[in-house]
Ligand binder design. Structure first.
Ligand SMILES: [Zn+2]
Length: 306
């Protein structure tokens, strides 16, 4: 049997645990709901540990056959120190996660930020393989981004590199969760889009808004066009600054038709990016799709950190 690496994509309230080969193939995965423990960091981590043990048992392995356990968390993560600096949705502030996990498992433990480990997954097992300078953008309620530069993940001195969703679009724009105004995700985050959809009808989901837009509904089209414009501005700024060759996208891009998001985004970037890069940068759906954070979490090792 191949060497087995355990990856955990930590969300709230769901976590997904996977057994992954060193080539990034998923042997088995399972999603577990941990809502009963939300609000208490220690109980939440204990529940993650218990779930990992149950999962390993389910796939008929013993804990000694596992090479490593790697986790991807949302928020600001210090991978070197093993600390979750700030994860507002999980009530974590300066929480020493790695230390707790190391006491529970007799193998190396790696923790990373979810968008960053997703980029690491894409780099090692997806389209990033031949691209040493690229970014993976994760479209969710927030919009995260993992950046690979010269083949290494970029964290930055404050572990905030890739806060793509918090780039400033309009100083007088809507209030953002981060405390500032006018961030990109106040226009293109999932909840922001659904909030804009209330103007059409109460309770519309993101998918419904895109279906209406596909049917030619004017108001829905105005919303989906605005997403292309704002996200396009974000991507143009990113590639202009960093000279990236590839942008891979995961998240709710998989729920919406290419003609309303991916194709017009490519067109926007070709039209507005700095001319020397505009036709060179490639914009794609991630090859690993929404498994990228899980696979990347598992593939973390001592070479992962910048
Ligand atoms: Zn913000």
């Amino acid at each position: 049997m191949d060497n087995v690496y355990i990856g955990v994509d930590v969300g709230s309230p769901n976590i997904t645990i996977g057994a992954i080969t060193d080539k990034g193939k998923i042997i088995k995965k399972k999603t577990v709901n941990l809502s009963r423990t939300i609000g208490d960091g220690v109980s939440f981590i204990d529940a993650i540990i218990e779930s990992i043990y149950l999962f390993i048992n389910d796939i008929n392995l013993s804990i000694h056959e596992i090479e490593s356990v790697g986790l991807g968390f949302p928020g600001t993560v210090d991978s070197k120190k093993g600390i979750i600096v700030f994860a507002p949705n999980m009530f974590f502030t300066n929480f020493e996660v790695k230390q707790i996990l190391e006491q529970a498992f007799d193998c190396p433990i790696y923790i990373g930020q979810d968008s960053r480990v997703a980029a690491w997954g894409e780099y090692n097992a997806g389209r990033g393989e031949n691209h040493n300078n690229f970014a993976l953008i994760k479209l969710d309620v927030g919009i995260g981004c993992g950046i690979v530069i010269n083949g290494l993940l970029y964290h930055g001195p404050f572990n905030t590199a890739g806060e793509f969703g918090h780039q400033l679009i309009d100083v007088d724009g809507p209030q953002c969760n981060c405390g500032r105004r006018g961030c990109l995700e106040t226009y293109c985050g999932k909840k922001a889009i659904e909030k804009a959809g209330e103007e059409i009808k109460e309770g519309l989901k993101l998918k419904d808004i895109y279906i209406l837009a596909q049917q030619g509904d004017d108001k829905a089209l105005r919303i989906t066009n605005q997403v292309v414009e704002k996200l396009g501005i974000g991507i143009v700024n990113l590639v202009n600054l960093l000279s990236l060759e590839l942008i891979a996208i995961i998240g709710w891009i998989n729920d919406v038709p290419d003609e309303l998001l991916l194709n017009p985004l490519r067109e926007f970037v070709r039209t507005h990016a700095y001319p020397a890069i505009a036709h060179k940068v490639e914009i794609i759906r991630s090859v690993l799709g929404n498994d990228a954070p899980l696979i990347g979490a598992a593939l973390q090792d001592e070479t992962t950190d910048y």
